[in-house]
Design a protein around this ligand. Sequence first.
Ligand code: AR6
Length: 169
Amino acid sequence: MQIKIDSSLLELVEGDITKQDTEAIANAANSNLAGGGGVDGAIHRAGGPSIMDECGKIGGCPTGEARLTSGGNLLAKYVFHAVGPIYRGGTHGEPELLKNAYLSCLNLASKNAVKSVAFPSISTGVYGYPIKEAAKIALTTVIDYLKTHQEINLVRFVLFGSDAYSKYE
Ligand code: AR6
């Protein structure tokens, strides 16, 4: 589905983030930028070793922030490696940290003149964030940002499986 947010487009699709043709894709990374399973593993496999080389040089990223690398062999020019919170009941600052992880990616997009970004559902796999709560934060953060940043034309959430898609929908 697609909805217009002022002059920008917000899209929800079911699919694989590594296949997206947006200028940037976001990764659900860890704070060592060390690679791993889930979406992180898929992005490094599809993008090739140059992405990990760049991550190694950056060295790490605090929770609630994101760092930029090139997209290696991906269609996307950039990867925004966002570190979402590990869910520990929701009372340890997780909502704010999740919001900031998305915001950090959106700021990287604005700063680097990136007009289209695809996001996975950060923190809702290995990191255990309940997807319905995470979806509300992800969507609210993006919608609020797009209302004041018309330089970004498209934000696409790429949901892995119909269950994740319907939660976001
Ligand atoms: N495309 C889109 N979404 C995907 C894909 C894909 N190819 N593969 C999985 N997902 P997760 P997290 C969904 O675990 O919870 C890693 O090891 C998945 O179904 O990838 O933020 C990192 O190195 C889920 O909804 O990320 C960290 O250590 C969502 O992506 C840790 O996991 C996020 O699941 C980060 O955990």
